[in-house]
Write a protein that binds this ligand. Structure first.
Ligand code: CA2
Length: 158
């Protein structure tokens, strides 16, 4: 039997405290757990012919290492860096060398919240930002990465 054709991989990276989703703060973040969001991303990926590499870490250096590991192999990256979005130059610098498209996602609308959440270092290097659309925002971000990857492939072929 021949090997199945490998599908492009989209990494979906999650930062600190997102493992607690569904346990507290449903007004800000909704009721979906991170496992629910992973399932949504996998379903979206399946529909679009993509594999999803879904990860969460509470540690800045682990997130930077994950970005380095994926920077050449992933077709694109969706990232909710959580609080690190507002503080981490090292996450920003790691994302700047990712070869494929990067789309930032936040469950809540960061611009409608406290002033310290209004600036995102991630947004400075992202190809798109989805904020305030809840868990559905992850599906939107995966779709947008798929669109940008397909557009880049078409451009090379033309
Ligand atoms: O809206 C988002 O997705 C955020 O990235 C979530 C971060 C927050 O620091 C950003 O400003 C916006 C916080 C994630 C923590 O999630 C929790 C969930 C339940 C209980 C405690 C924290």
């Amino acid at each position: 039997m021949s090997d199945p054709v490998r599908r492009p991989v989209v990494a979906v990276l999650n930062g600190p405290n997102l493992n607690l989703l569904g346990e507290r703060d449903p007004q800000a973040y909704g009721t979906a757990t991170l496992a629910d969001i992973e399932k949504l991303c996998l379903e979206t990926g399946d529909r679009l012919g993509l594999d999803i590499d879904f990860r969460q870490t509470n540690h800045e250096g682990v997130l930077v290492d994950a970005i380095h590991e994926l920077r050449r192999t992933a077709a694109g990256v969706v990232i909710n860096a959580a609080a690190l979005s507002h503080t981490s130059v090292s996450v920003r610098d790691a994302l700047a060398v990712v070869e494929g498209p990067v789309v930032e996602v936040h469950l809540s609308n960061i611009h409608r919240r406290e002033a310290f959440r209004h600036h995102s270092f991630v947004a400075e290097v992202a190809d798109g930002v989805v904020t305030g659309c809840g868990a559905r925002g992850y599906a939107m971000a995966v779709e947008h990465v798929a669109h940008l990857v397909a557009a880049a492939v078409e451009e090379v072929a033309s």
